[in-house]
Ligand binder design. Structure first.
Ligand code: UT7
Length: 330
């Protein structure tokens, strides 16, 4: 049956590295606290003026190059991102222009940490139905410019990093590629991890009062998010396996959204999976939201952790709440 396979993968991060020690100079935190609670040692943050579209463009060009696909062959662009350069339009529209694509459909998906899997699923559906032969699917974020870098914001600001990852999907009838995707959401928990402003509920969308109250900063009830994450990850991974009559023994690598090393370890333990089969690069990048899975996929390939014929599972959980998985035969 016609479906999508991944023909090329690449990632890009800003040059600037911000270590935990650098953050100690800005707020009351410590390298030891951050490593013990999250596994994060450093992250990449943009320089003034660098936007999500710049990172997305770099990752996309390299993914196209690796796939051997010319820009004119792209039929669809879907970007998973919470952090478009501007309030509107989205990064997808910018990429259409920056990459010199035909006037193909291009749009953003705002599904937070699950956005890349949501975007991948959309690309796969377009290809399955014959609407597209080749799709560019991107996860890209600049979170650093949203953070409160004082001690008041330390619970959030030590976690997040900037970056982008891109994959090129192509139609195939072969026995490999995206086997299935599984998407979920539960909006009643939206205020457990959210950013209130700028907001169309208010006129103006962002006022001096709101800025003074810090309503432009993302907020999280970390413990509550953690509690849901460690249940939803194993659940949605099992769902992907069951849908394909597979078991964990068939899986070579699980690539979870990089939210917290402790979450990945707890998920691995619940599933009875060794950490050698759970990819982690959070120590280098922190949590890059919608970009973390394609960055991790790109690095796992570069490190030789994925071979032809391997079964890999992508899984994510985040704001919304949203959660998702994808089963892929490489
Ligand atoms: O990607 C989207 C999904 N996101 C997630 O899945 C994140 C889920 N949550 C988490 O990963 C964890 O809850 C955190 C890493 C965010 C926090 O870890 P925690 O073990 O849940 O810590 P906590 O929030 O319970 O805070 C413990 C203490 C508090 O002090 P008191 O009240 O015990 O005196 C905090 O004020 O640590 C304090 N604290 C910090 N200390 C130093 C909070 N942030 C910091 C900090 N540096 N950056």
């Amino acid at each position: 049956m016609r479906h999508a396979h991944i023909a090329g993968v690449a990632h890009a991060v800003p040059d600037r590295i911000v270590t935990n020690r650098d953050l100690e100079k800005l707020m009351d935190t410590s390298h030891e606290w951050i490593v013990a609670r999250t596994g994060i040692e450093e992250r990449h943050w943009v320089e003034e003026g660098e936007g999500t579209s710049d990172l997305a463009c770099r990752a996309s060009r390299e993914a196209l190059n690796r796939a051997g696909v010319a820009p004119e062959d792209i039929d669809l662009v879907v970007v998973g991102s919470l952090t478009s350069d501007y309030f509107f339009p989205g990064v997808g529209n910018q990429l259409q222009d920056l990459l010199g694509l035909r006037t193909v459909p291009s749009f953003d998906i705002k599904a937070a940490c699950s956005a890349f899997i949501y975007a991948l699923s959309i690309g796969d559906q377009f290809i399955r139905t014959g609407q597209a032969d080749t799709a560019l699917i991107v996860g890209a974020e600049v979170q650093s410019t949203a953070l409160n870098l004082s001690t008041e914001g330390r619970d959030m600001s030590v976690l997040f990093g900037d970056g982008a990852g891109a994959v090129v999907l192509r139609a195939t009838e072969e026995d490999r590629g995206i086997l299935s995707t599984h998407l979920h959401s539960q909006g009643k928990y939206l205020k457990e991890l959210w950013c209130e402003a700028p907001a169309s509920r208010f006129h103006p969308r962002l006022s001096v009062d709101m800025l003074e109250a810090g309503r432009q900063y993302p907020k999280m009830n970390g413990r509550e998010v953690f509690r849901h994450a460690v249940n939803r990850f194993p659940e949605v991974i099992e769902e992907a396996l069951q849908a394909n009559d597979l078991t964990l023994d068939d899986v070579q690598l699980v690539i979870p959204h990089q939210a917290n090393l402790r979450i990945s370890q707890m998920v691995a333990k619940k599933l009875g999976l060794g950490m050698d089969r759970v990819f982690s690069n959070i120590h280098k990048y922190g949590n890059t939201t919608g970009a973390s899975i394609p960055i991790a996929l790109s690095e796992a390939l570069a490190e030789g952790k994925i071979a032809d014929g391997d079964l890999i599972i992508l899984a994510a959980f985040g704001s919304g709440f949203t959660w998702a998985s994808a089963a892929i035969r490489w």
